[in-house]
Design a protein around this ligand. Structure first.
Ligand code: FAD
Length: 449
């Protein structure tokens, strides 16, 4: 079979590119090295219970335009639950519970009304948050491009999120209670390490003119049934191919791509799109073309950050909300899978973002830490019996967004016919599903235009 385009990688970026190309009339082959699809947003079968368990709870947002377009394309828009307006229950280190609720009003009135009603903060702190809102400004919906201009508008220049927040009058307690958990959720990196430009971009998208942009959109099925498996079926139904257990090497002759090699088999194609993560780019070539040496060196130098998830199954329900923020704890968010995905079992999923300090703990230590966090915050969990705990470590969940991190590459490369996609490409966004979807769509557009 003749392929117009080979897409390497069966994650969000790969399926965003492949489905957009297929829709535009190209014949596509997707190659995934692992036995299962989905990359960093996937699910596995728990060997003890047979239950499908996500590799980590993922949250989408109303501002994930390209991701939502992908779900619409493959027919899975009804597999997510939308929260009308942002509503977050937070339980602080002293056990005080509060709800930050942005009502469904026009922006920035929703931010104003929500923050002013949030009793976790003193009046002084509430008013100071509004200074950040003013720094972001209103205006048109923000579609970031390489070298995001919104960050430039907000006066961000190589500073960390904390430096930017401090410059905008945010007190340390406010940073601990509100900004740090928000930054960890959005960037997977502490406000002391991440560059302010990414945070400003995310905030501008969330709190832009469309109030639904800040809505949380939660997958209501195991992650691979949200997009990877449906995308595989969508492509195959239209005559395209998706192969797993297919680690690809890119073949280049005279600075032009000729196809790929998979376990000794040459597959020809005039265009190859790589969606492999930053740390895998160098491994695609044998040997690496000189024209890509700088791109590969930058990609290998990009730091990686872990996310640790602990799943806890209790003998009874212990929370009413779908998610609760636990600022200043090892696990910053707890999700009730029963409320999100349904089912009878009381299954909590606790997330530790930017989890460098706990990622080397043993499974038992991680489970004990998560259990202690839940029991400290949720009185109902103290009497409940823990039936089972399961820890999942994703050591290279996201890439570093530090101000001095190496440059992220563009989609086009110095090798003719070879394009880059993946969340780490220069989309102006942090390492998210949306960045991956944007990058895949961008590469597809470059091919068909
Ligand atoms: C635990 C966790 C929680 C997260 N939470 C969120 C969240 O709440 N919201 C959010 O927006 N984002 C979240 N993210 C980030 C999000 O999952 C990623 O940004 C996104 O999935 C990246 O997609 P991708 O297609 O760019 O890369 P990947 O998913 O890494 O896909 C790349 C694929 O390429 C394959 N590959 C590598 N080398 C080869 C080769 N030689 N040949 C063939 N295939 C190859 C890999 O096996 C992989 O399947 C989270 C990530 C993790 C790990």
């Amino acid at each position: 079979m003749i392929h117009d385009v080979i897409v390497i990688g069966g994650g969000v970026a790969g399926f965003s590119a492949a489905t957009a190309l297929a829709e535009a009339g190209a014949r596509v082959l997707v190659l995934e090295a692992r036995p299962g699809l989905g990359g960093r947003a996937t699910a596995f079968t728990d060997p003890e219970t047979g239950e499908r368990v996500d590799n980590g709870q993922h949250i989408l947002m109303g501002c994930y335009i390209e991701t939502l377009a992908l779900l619409a394309r493959i027919g899975t828009s009804d597999r997510v639950r939308w929260q009308a307006g942002l509503a977050l229950t937070m339980i602080d280190g002293r056990g005080h519970e509060s709800v930050l609720k942005l009502p469904p009003m026009a922006s920035p009135l929703h931010l104003l009304a929500g923050v002013l009603a949030w009793d976790a903060l003193s009046w002084r702190e509430r008013l100071s948050i509004l200074r950040v809102g003013a720094a972001l400004g209103g205006g048109a919906p923000h579609r970031p491009a390489a070298g995001s201009s919104r960050a430039a508008d907000a006066g961000v220049s190589g500073e960390t999120v904390r430096a930017w927040l401090t410059r905008h009058g945010q007190a340390p307690r406010l940073c601990e209670l509100f900004w740090e958990p928000l930054a960890l959720a959005a960037l997977n990196q502490s406000i002391d390490q991440a560059a302010a430009s990414y945070f400003v971009t995310v905030l501008a998208q969330m709190f832009g003119p469309d109030p639904s942009a800040a809505s949380l959109v939660m997958p209501a099925v195991p992650l691979d049934e949200l997009y990877a498996e449906p995308a595989r079926r969508w492509l195959q139904d239209r005559g395209h191919q998706v192969r797993v257990n297919a680690p690809a090497k890119v073949e280049v002759v005279d600075e032009r791509v000729t196809g790929v090699r998979v376990r000794g088999e040459h597959i020809a194609a005039p265009v190859v799109i790589s969606t492999v993560p930053w740390h895998a780019l160098g491994g695609l070539f044998d040997p690496a073309p000189a024209a890509l040496a700088a791109t590969i060196a930058d990609a290998s130098a990009l730091g990686s950050l872990p996310i640790v998830t602990v799943n806890l199954w209790f003998d009874r329900p212990v929370m009413h909300e779908a998610l609760i923020g636990l600022p200043a704890r090892a696990f910053q968010w707890v999700f009730d899978r029963r409320a999100i995905v349904g089912g009878a079992s009381s299954h909590l999923s606790l997330i530790s973002s930017g989890a460098e300090s706990i990622v080397s703990m043993t499974n038992d230590e991680l489970i004990a830490t998560a259990l202690a966090d839940v029991r400290a915050a949720l009185p109902a969990a103290r009497a409940a019996v823990l039936r089972k705990g399961l820890a999942v470590r994703e050591k290279r969940s996201t890439f570093s967004l530090a101000p001095d991190a190496p440059r992220r590459p563009q989609a086009e490369t110095a090798i003719a016919g070879f394009l880059l996609a993946g969340d780490w490409i220069d989309t102006g966004l942090p390492a998210t599903i949306e960045s991956a979807a944007v990058s895949g769509h961008r590469a597809a557009t470059l091919v068909v235009d």
